[in-house]
Design a protein around this ligand. Structure first.
Ligand SMILES: Nc1ncnc2c1ncn2[C@@H]1O[C@H](COP(=O)(O)OP(=O)(O)OP(=O)(O)O)[C@@H](O)[C@H]1O
Ligand SMILES: [Mg+2]
Length: 462
């Protein structure tokens, strides 16, 4: 760190807020200047540049978005954090698109603000490694991605957050359904109340009822005292039913009752307790099919699926892969105390062709392994372990070490293995022999020789 103090411009037309921010940030050691409104801010920005600008969104004349545009116009490298009241979520989303670093909903916790300010300044000093040319990093409460497919999801999250309607999130495994559920809760007006996560697959039926509804003393053996259920805890907040397709028929009925009557009774109790919760459910099953097969109650399905949100598989998100990969790279690099800054173009190329059946979670795991394995300061193709390729290697290993009663033809097995790898490498290298040779750790000459021997026709590049 240099000795220079980071400079921050605070813009808010509400005096108390302005003063609060000024005092708090000065105490933190920053050099702070305050502007009374958007116009004032723009005049200052004509003369001075800052490391960070923190601006309210709602202001007369020039609002926060106006200030943001001015900043990005004058000095694109300056970070901008917007503070928005709950009533303007769309504006906040718009702001993220315009290149804001983050937005903080009002009222906010001082610690949250501190953290975001730190992150913003850190990301400013971090070396630029954008090769996409885009500077705006669209993110939503840790949901990364700026593809049109994900923007549609963000848009739905914003809309849904203003209602208390139940939401059903569908999507393949690892697409980020839980993150979406949490994002909805955190932008909704329920955010100060808890979000209770219930894993419907993980809980035995006998337990789930007392967990959900709580119990009264003496309700069953071992109930030594009254106990609150998850619905008591979630009152006023959100209940997230993960893997909702796994709920047993008995629990399905009980849940339906809670949704219809907005009330429940503890196990062994008589008192009817009112409960105000929003249900967000998630499933990677085709729940509609489960309804047709009579595995899931239709009435419950309709109650839970008031607003459907489909999270797209990673392979369909245009342009999000490099962004996510870079994010995970930075995360794991830091965690493991390594200095790996980039994924080689070549490795990115391979990732780009991989279908990611396990979606974002799989990408996260792949990057984690690569960072652990990588010895240079750039992720090279060799340290990528993709499950299909890995699967093939392991299968071959198993097969080739299994002699069986009749033994094997070693030369033939080796030739088969070689053939598989040659074809696979060419596939990944999109026909580039130079790349395929590098992937296989052999010379171009050797590759040509082997291809010819195996009778694999591969076009020579011009
Ligand atoms: N858009 C995203 N940006 C950043 N991280 C993401 C994103 N989507 C998913 N992740 C990360 O990927 C992992 C899987 O996400 P999550 O648990 O939300 O998926 P899921 O759809 O609930 O998966 P499953 O169906 O297996 O339960 C998490 O570590 C999460 O942080
Ligand atoms: Mg999940």
């Amino acid at each position: 760190m240099s000795g220079r103090r980071d400079s921050i411009l605070v813009v808010d037309d509400q005096e108390s807020m302005r003063e609060f921010l000024e005092i708090m940030l000065t105490k933190e050691g920053y050099q702070v200047l305050a502007a009374e409104d958007g116009e004032h801010a723009c005049r200052i920005l004509d003369k001075e540049t800052f490391d960070l600008v923190i601006t309210d969104i709602r202001m007369r004349n020039i609002n926060g978005i106006g200030v943001l545009k001015k900043v990005k116009d004058r000095s694109p490298e300056t970070m901008v954090i917007l503070i928005s009241a709950f009533s303007t979520p769309e504006t906040a989303v718009e702001a993220m698109k315009e290149g804001a670093f983050d937005y903080i909903p009002k009222p906010f916790k001082v610690n949250d603000l501190r953290r975001v300010v730190k992150d913003a300044l850190k990301s400013k000093t971090a070396p630029e490694q954008e090769d996409t040319g885009s500077t705006s990093r669209f993110h939503f409460d840790f949901l990364l991605g700026e593809s049109p497919q994900m923007k549609r999801v963000y848009d739905l999250i914003q809309r849904v957050s203003r209602t208390r309607s139940n939401v059903l999130i569908t999507g393949e495994s690892g697409t980020g359904k839980e993150l979406v559920a949490k994002a909805i809760h955190h932008v909704s007006e329920r955010r100060d109340k808890p979000i209770v996560v219930i894993n419907c697959a993980g809980m035995p039926e006998s337990l789930i009822e007392s967990e959900l509804f709580g119990y009264r003393k003496g309700a069953f053996t071992g109930a030594f005292a009254d106990k609150e259920g998850l619905f008591d805890v979630a009152h006023g907040g959100t209940v997230f039913l993960d893997e909702v397709g796994e709920l047993s028929p008995v629990i399905q009925i009980k849940l339906l009752r809670v949704i219809q009557e907005r009330a429940f009774t503890a196990v062994g109790g008589v008192e009817v307790k009112r409960v105000d919760v929003r249900f967000i459910s998630a499933t990677n099953k085709e729940l509609e099919q489960e309804v047709i097969r009579s595995n899931f109650r239709e009435d419950l399905y309709f109650r839970l699926n008031v607003i459907p949100i489909a999270v797209p598989p990673l392979r369909e998100r245009e342009g999000d892969l490099p962004l996510l990969a870079q994010h995970f790279l930075e995360k794991f690099s830091k965690e493991m105390g390594k200095d790996i800054r980039k994924i080689s173009t070549y490795a990115m190329d391979i990732l780009g062709r991989y279908p990611f059946p396990g979606n974002v979670r799989e990408l996260e795991n792949i990057v984690e392994r690569s960072v652990a394995l990588e010895t240079s300061n750039i992720v090279l193709p060799e340290s990528l372990t993709l499950s299909t390729l890995k699967g093939r290697i392991e299968e071959k290993r198993r097969r080739s070490s299994d002699l069986g009663p009749k033994g094997i033809q070693l030369d033939q097995v080796m030739a088969e293995v070689e053939r598989e790898y040659l074809i696979h490498a060419l596939e990944i290298a999109r026909g580039s022999k130079q790349r395929a040779a590098e992937l296989l750790g052999i010379t171009l000459r050797s590759l040509r020789y082997r291809l010819e021997k195996q009778g694999i026709a591969a076009e020579d590049e011009s």
